[in-house]
Design a protein around this ligand. Sequence first.
Ligand SMILES: *[C@@H]1O[C@H](CO)[C@@H](O)[C@H](O)[C@H]1NC(C)=O
Ligand SMILES: *[C@@H]1O[C@H](CO)[C@@H](O)[C@H](O)[C@H]1NC(C)=O
Ligand SMILES: *[C@@H]1O[C@H](CO)[C@@H](O)[C@H](O)[C@H]1NC(C)=O
Ligand SMILES: *[C@@H]1O[C@H](CO)[C@@H](O)[C@H](O)[C@H]1NC(C)=O
Ligand SMILES: [Zn+2]
Length: 267
Amino acid sequence: MQLSLVVCALPLLLVSSSATSYGCDLHDPSNPCYIAGGGASDLGPDPVPFSTRAYWMRRAIAALADINEGSPCPFAAFGSVIVNHTAPGKGTGEGDRADQLGVEVCIGANSLVRDGNPTLHGEIAAINNCSRILTDPDGPYKLSGPEALQALSDLSLYTTAEACPMCSSAILYGGFREYIFSTSIPTLRSLSWPQIVIRSREIFSRSVGRLSVHRTRIIGDVLANETEQLFKWQYADGECPSGCEKKEGSGCVKPTTLNDSTGKDEL
Ligand SMILES: *[C@@H]1O[C@H](CO)[C@@H](O)[C@H](O)[C@H]1NC(C)=O
Ligand SMILES: *[C@@H]1O[C@H](CO)[C@@H](O)[C@H](O)[C@H]1NC(C)=O
Ligand SMILES: *[C@@H]1O[C@H](CO)[C@@H](O)[C@H](O)[C@H]1NC(C)=O
Ligand SMILES: *[C@@H]1O[C@H](CO)[C@@H](O)[C@H](O)[C@H]1NC(C)=O
Ligand SMILES: [Zn+2]
Protein backbone atom coordinates (compact mmCIF):
# COMPACT_ATOMS: atom_id res chain seq x y z
CA MET A 1 0.00 0.00 0.00
CA GLN A 2 2.65 2.49 1.02
CA LEU A 3 4.80 1.48 -1.92
CA SER A 4 2.07 2.15 -4.46
CA LEU A 5 1.45 5.57 -2.97
CA VAL A 6 5.09 6.43 -3.44
CA VAL A 7 5.02 5.23 -7.02
CA CYS A 8 1.93 7.32 -7.73
CA ALA A 9 3.41 10.44 -6.17
CA LEU A 10 6.67 10.21 -8.09
CA PRO A 11 5.52 11.62 -11.42
CA LEU A 12 3.87 14.53 -9.64
CA LEU A 13 7.08 15.28 -7.80
CA LEU A 14 9.04 15.18 -11.04
CA VAL A 15 6.64 17.58 -12.75
CA SER A 16 6.69 20.11 -9.94
CA SER A 17 10.45 19.97 -9.49
CA SER A 18 11.07 20.47 -13.21
CA ALA A 19 8.74 23.46 -13.10
CA THR A 20 10.79 25.17 -10.41
CA SER A 21 14.33 24.26 -11.40
CA TYR A 22 14.30 25.17 -15.11
CA GLY A 23 13.20 28.78 -14.99
CA CYS A 24 9.94 28.35 -16.87
CA ASP A 25 6.79 26.37 -16.28
CA LEU A 26 4.87 24.40 -18.87
CA HIS A 27 1.59 25.05 -17.10
CA ASP A 28 2.00 28.50 -15.59
CA PRO A 29 0.94 31.28 -17.99
CA SER A 30 2.71 33.87 -15.84
CA ASN A 31 6.03 32.06 -16.33
CA PRO A 32 5.86 30.41 -19.75
CA CYS A 33 8.72 28.92 -21.73
CA TYR A 34 8.19 31.37 -24.57
CA ILE A 35 7.03 34.94 -24.76
CA ALA A 36 3.72 35.24 -26.52
CA GLY A 37 3.36 38.11 -28.93
CA GLY A 38 0.51 40.01 -30.49
CA GLY A 39 -2.38 41.76 -28.82
CA ALA A 40 -3.47 39.21 -26.24
CA SER A 41 0.03 38.67 -24.93
CA ASP A 42 0.58 37.62 -21.35
CA LEU A 43 3.88 39.50 -21.37
CA GLY A 44 2.93 42.82 -22.86
CA PRO A 45 2.11 43.94 -26.35
CA ASP A 46 4.47 43.61 -29.28
CA PRO A 47 6.95 46.51 -29.07
CA VAL A 48 7.45 46.46 -32.86
CA PRO A 49 4.75 48.22 -34.91
CA PHE A 50 2.50 46.05 -37.06
CA SER A 51 3.58 47.95 -40.18
CA THR A 52 7.14 46.74 -39.54
CA ARG A 53 5.97 43.16 -38.99
CA ALA A 54 4.00 43.39 -42.24
CA TYR A 55 6.99 44.82 -44.11
CA TRP A 56 9.15 41.84 -43.15
CA MET A 57 6.44 39.26 -43.73
CA ARG A 58 6.08 40.64 -47.26
CA ARG A 59 9.86 40.31 -47.58
CA ALA A 60 9.53 36.63 -46.57
CA ILE A 61 6.94 36.25 -49.35
CA ALA A 62 9.24 38.05 -51.81
CA ALA A 63 12.08 35.69 -50.83
CA LEU A 64 10.16 32.95 -52.64
CA ALA A 65 10.49 34.72 -55.97
CA ASP A 66 14.08 35.76 -55.26
CA ILE A 67 15.16 32.20 -54.61
CA ASN A 68 12.83 30.19 -56.84
CA GLU A 69 13.96 31.46 -60.22
CA GLY A 70 11.54 34.34 -60.14
CA SER A 71 8.36 32.34 -59.58
CA PRO A 72 5.96 33.94 -57.11
CA CYS A 73 4.05 30.65 -56.85
CA PRO A 74 6.50 27.85 -56.09
CA PHE A 75 4.82 24.63 -54.98
CA ALA A 76 6.39 24.80 -51.52
CA ALA A 77 5.75 28.47 -50.76
CA PHE A 78 7.68 28.54 -47.53
CA GLY A 79 9.87 31.63 -47.44
CA SER A 80 11.80 33.17 -44.55
CA VAL A 81 13.77 36.26 -43.72
CA ILE A 82 16.00 36.76 -40.69
CA VAL A 83 16.15 40.34 -39.40
CA ASN A 84 18.14 42.29 -36.84
CA HIS A 85 15.57 44.49 -35.13
CA THR A 86 18.08 45.67 -32.57
CA ALA A 87 20.20 47.32 -35.28
CA PRO A 88 19.48 50.87 -36.36
CA GLY A 89 17.47 50.19 -39.49
CA LYS A 90 16.96 51.76 -42.85
CA GLY A 91 13.54 52.98 -41.71
CA THR A 92 12.65 56.47 -40.58
CA GLY A 93 16.20 57.07 -39.42
CA GLU A 94 15.14 59.00 -36.35
CA GLY A 95 13.09 58.70 -33.22
CA ASP A 96 12.37 55.52 -31.36
CA ARG A 97 14.27 52.42 -32.45
CA ALA A 98 11.01 50.51 -32.54
CA ASP A 99 9.91 52.79 -35.38
CA GLN A 100 12.81 51.63 -37.47
CA LEU A 101 12.65 48.68 -39.76
CA GLY A 102 15.73 46.70 -38.77
CA VAL A 103 18.27 45.08 -41.04
CA GLU A 104 17.97 41.96 -43.20
CA VAL A 105 20.67 39.41 -42.41
CA CYS A 106 19.55 36.71 -44.85
CA ILE A 107 16.64 35.07 -46.63
CA GLY A 108 15.77 31.44 -47.29
CA ALA A 109 13.12 29.43 -49.11
CA ASN A 110 12.12 25.81 -49.19
CA SER A 111 14.52 24.17 -51.60
CA LEU A 112 14.32 20.52 -50.63
CA VAL A 113 13.28 19.29 -54.09
CA ARG A 114 15.86 21.41 -55.90
CA ASP A 115 18.67 20.32 -53.59
CA GLY A 116 17.48 16.79 -52.86
CA ASN A 117 17.61 17.52 -49.14
CA PRO A 118 14.57 16.86 -46.96
CA THR A 119 15.78 19.21 -44.23
CA LEU A 120 15.72 22.28 -46.47
CA HIS A 121 12.46 23.78 -45.33
CA GLY A 122 12.40 27.58 -45.66
CA GLU A 123 13.38 28.23 -42.06
CA ILE A 124 16.30 25.77 -42.09
CA ALA A 125 17.45 27.15 -45.45
CA ALA A 126 17.44 30.66 -43.95
CA ILE A 127 19.28 29.58 -40.80
CA ASN A 128 21.92 27.81 -42.95
CA ASN A 129 22.23 30.89 -45.15
CA CYS A 130 22.60 33.25 -42.17
CA SER A 131 25.23 31.02 -40.56
CA ARG A 132 27.19 31.07 -43.82
CA ILE A 133 26.88 34.84 -44.11
CA LEU A 134 27.69 35.55 -40.46
CA THR A 135 30.84 33.39 -40.55
CA ASP A 136 32.01 34.30 -44.07
CA PRO A 137 35.59 35.63 -43.67
CA ASP A 138 35.00 37.82 -46.72
CA GLY A 139 31.46 38.82 -45.69
CA PRO A 140 30.21 41.79 -43.67
CA TYR A 141 30.21 40.03 -40.27
CA LYS A 142 33.30 37.75 -40.18
CA LEU A 143 32.14 36.05 -36.95
CA SER A 144 33.62 32.92 -35.40
CA GLY A 145 31.30 29.93 -34.92
CA PRO A 146 30.57 30.69 -31.28
CA GLU A 147 30.05 34.38 -32.09
CA ALA A 148 27.61 33.50 -34.88
CA LEU A 149 25.62 31.27 -32.52
CA GLN A 150 25.56 34.06 -29.96
CA ALA A 151 24.44 36.56 -32.62
CA LEU A 152 21.21 34.65 -33.25
CA SER A 153 19.84 35.79 -29.91
CA ASP A 154 19.55 39.31 -31.41
CA LEU A 155 17.67 38.12 -34.48
CA SER A 156 14.05 37.67 -35.53
CA LEU A 157 12.94 34.96 -37.95
CA TYR A 158 9.90 35.62 -40.16
CA THR A 159 8.29 32.78 -42.07
CA THR A 160 5.28 32.56 -44.40
CA ALA A 161 3.85 29.60 -42.46
CA GLU A 162 4.08 28.22 -38.95
CA ALA A 163 7.23 26.15 -38.56
CA CYS A 164 6.97 22.38 -38.51
CA PRO A 165 8.41 20.55 -35.46
CA MET A 166 11.82 20.23 -37.18
CA CYS A 167 12.02 23.95 -37.90
CA SER A 168 10.46 25.01 -34.58
CA SER A 169 13.15 22.96 -32.88
CA ALA A 170 15.86 24.58 -34.99
CA ILE A 171 14.52 28.04 -34.07
CA LEU A 172 14.49 26.97 -30.43
CA TYR A 173 18.03 25.55 -30.59
CA GLY A 174 19.13 28.78 -32.29
CA GLY A 175 17.83 30.85 -29.37
CA PHE A 176 16.29 33.43 -31.69
CA ARG A 177 14.94 36.57 -30.08
CA GLU A 178 11.67 36.43 -32.00
CA TYR A 179 9.86 34.08 -34.34
CA ILE A 180 7.00 35.43 -36.41
CA PHE A 181 4.88 33.19 -38.60
CA SER A 182 1.99 33.86 -40.94
CA THR A 183 -0.33 31.01 -42.05
CA SER A 184 -0.85 28.61 -39.13
CA ILE A 185 -0.55 24.82 -39.05
CA PRO A 186 -4.35 24.44 -38.58
CA THR A 187 -4.90 26.53 -41.72
CA LEU A 188 -2.39 24.44 -43.68
CA ARG A 189 -4.25 21.34 -42.50
CA SER A 190 -7.59 22.80 -43.56
CA LEU A 191 -6.03 23.17 -47.03
CA SER A 192 -5.00 19.48 -46.90
CA TRP A 193 -1.26 20.08 -46.55
CA PRO A 194 0.58 17.10 -45.09
CA GLN A 195 1.66 18.19 -41.60
CA ILE A 196 3.02 16.93 -38.33
CA VAL A 197 0.37 18.59 -36.22
CA ILE A 198 2.39 19.93 -33.30
CA ARG A 199 2.18 23.67 -32.81
CA SER A 200 5.37 25.69 -32.36
CA ARG A 201 4.30 26.86 -28.93
CA GLU A 202 4.05 23.28 -27.79
CA ILE A 203 7.61 22.58 -28.98
CA PHE A 204 8.83 25.64 -27.07
CA SER A 205 6.80 24.80 -23.97
CA ARG A 206 8.25 21.33 -23.79
CA SER A 207 11.85 22.51 -23.76
CA VAL A 208 13.67 22.33 -20.45
CA GLY A 209 17.13 22.92 -19.03
CA ARG A 210 19.46 25.14 -21.03
CA LEU A 211 16.92 25.33 -23.85
CA SER A 212 14.39 27.19 -21.74
CA VAL A 213 16.83 29.95 -20.87
CA HIS A 214 16.30 31.83 -24.12
CA ARG A 215 12.79 33.16 -24.29
CA THR A 216 11.61 33.66 -27.81
CA ARG A 217 8.73 35.98 -28.59
CA ILE A 218 6.41 34.00 -30.84
CA ILE A 219 3.87 35.90 -32.91
CA GLY A 220 1.44 34.00 -35.11
CA ASP A 221 -0.94 34.75 -37.98
CA VAL A 222 0.86 37.93 -39.03
CA LEU A 223 -0.49 38.85 -42.49
CA ALA A 224 -2.11 35.43 -42.86
CA ASN A 225 -4.65 37.19 -45.06
CA GLU A 226 -1.83 37.66 -47.61
CA THR A 227 0.11 34.40 -47.27
CA GLU A 228 -2.85 32.04 -47.29
CA GLN A 229 -3.29 32.40 -51.03
CA LEU A 230 0.21 30.92 -51.45
CA PHE A 231 -1.02 27.60 -50.04
CA LYS A 232 -4.53 27.26 -51.47
CA TRP A 233 -3.94 25.65 -54.86
CA GLN A 234 -1.58 22.75 -54.21
CA TYR A 235 -3.89 20.33 -52.36
CA ALA A 236 -7.17 22.24 -52.26
CA ASP A 237 -8.76 23.59 -55.39
CA GLY A 238 -8.03 27.24 -54.62
CA GLU A 239 -7.16 30.09 -56.92
CA CYS A 240 -3.59 30.88 -57.89
CA PRO A 241 -1.53 33.50 -56.07
CA SER A 242 -1.45 36.82 -57.90
CA GLY A 243 1.08 36.82 -60.72
CA CYS A 244 0.39 33.14 -61.50
CA GLU A 245 -2.22 31.20 -63.44
CA LYS A 246 -3.46 27.63 -63.61
CA LYS A 247 -1.80 25.48 -66.21
CA GLU A 248 -3.14 22.07 -67.10
CA GLY A 249 -1.09 19.41 -65.31
CA SER A 250 1.29 21.93 -63.74
CA GLY A 251 -0.80 23.68 -61.11
CA CYS A 252 -0.13 27.39 -60.76
CA VAL A 253 2.69 28.85 -62.81
CA LYS A 254 4.00 32.24 -63.66
CA PRO A 255 2.67 32.75 -67.19
CA THR A 256 6.18 32.93 -68.67
CA THR A 257 7.45 29.90 -66.76
CA LEU A 258 7.01 26.48 -68.30
CA ASN A 259 6.76 23.34 -66.17
CA ASP A 260 7.02 25.01 -62.82
CA SER A 261 5.29 22.21 -60.95
CA THR A 262 7.78 20.72 -58.54
CA GLY A 263 7.43 17.49 -56.73
CA LYS A 264 3.99 17.24 -55.08
CA ASP A 265 4.88 13.63 -54.33
CA GLU A 266 8.24 14.47 -52.81
CA LEU A 267 6.92 16.81 -50.11
C1 LIG B 1 22.34 43.50 -34.47
O1 LIG B 1 22.33 44.86 -34.09
C2 LIG B 1 23.03 45.13 -32.89
C3 LIG B 1 22.80 46.61 -32.58
O2 LIG B 1 23.28 47.41 -33.63
C4 LIG B 1 24.48 44.77 -33.06
O3 LIG B 1 25.15 44.99 -31.83
C5 LIG B 1 24.59 43.31 -33.45
O4 LIG B 1 25.96 43.01 -33.72
C6 LIG B 1 23.77 43.05 -34.70
N1 LIG B 1 23.84 41.64 -35.00
C7 LIG B 1 23.99 41.20 -36.25
C8 LIG B 1 24.08 39.72 -36.44
O5 LIG B 1 24.03 41.95 -37.21
C1 LIG C 1 21.06 34.27 -48.59
O1 LIG C 1 20.66 35.54 -48.09
C2 LIG C 1 21.13 36.61 -48.92
C3 LIG C 1 20.85 37.92 -48.18
O2 LIG C 1 19.49 38.06 -47.87
C4 LIG C 1 20.44 36.53 -50.27
O3 LIG C 1 20.91 37.54 -51.12
C5 LIG C 1 20.74 35.17 -50.90
O4 LIG C 1 19.97 35.02 -52.07
C6 LIG C 1 20.38 34.06 -49.94
N1 LIG C 1 20.85 32.79 -50.49
C7 LIG C 1 20.10 31.68 -50.45
C8 LIG C 1 20.72 30.46 -51.03
O5 LIG C 1 19.00 31.64 -49.96
C1 LIG D 1 -4.18 42.03 -44.37
O1 LIG D 1 -4.49 42.46 -43.05
C2 LIG D 1 -3.69 43.54 -42.57
C3 LIG D 1 -4.15 43.86 -41.17
O2 LIG D 1 -4.05 42.72 -40.36
C4 LIG D 1 -3.84 44.76 -43.46
O3 LIG D 1 -2.96 45.77 -43.02
C5 LIG D 1 -3.51 44.37 -44.89
O4 LIG D 1 -3.76 45.46 -45.74
C6 LIG D 1 -4.38 43.19 -45.33
N1 LIG D 1 -3.98 42.79 -46.69
C7 LIG D 1 -4.85 42.71 -47.68
C8 LIG D 1 -4.30 42.30 -49.00
O5 LIG D 1 -6.04 42.94 -47.52
C1 LIG E 1 6.82 20.37 -69.95
O1 LIG E 1 6.24 19.19 -69.44
C2 LIG E 1 5.57 18.46 -70.45
C3 LIG E 1 4.85 17.30 -69.75
O2 LIG E 1 5.59 16.81 -68.67
C4 LIG E 1 6.60 17.98 -71.48
O3 LIG E 1 5.94 17.23 -72.50
C5 LIG E 1 7.25 19.20 -72.12
O4 LIG E 1 8.26 18.79 -73.01
C6 LIG E 1 7.85 20.08 -71.03
N1 LIG E 1 8.33 21.34 -71.63
C7 LIG E 1 9.51 21.87 -71.33
C8 LIG E 1 9.84 23.17 -71.99
O5 LIG E 1 10.29 21.36 -70.55
ZN1 LIG F 1 9.85 22.90 -41.38
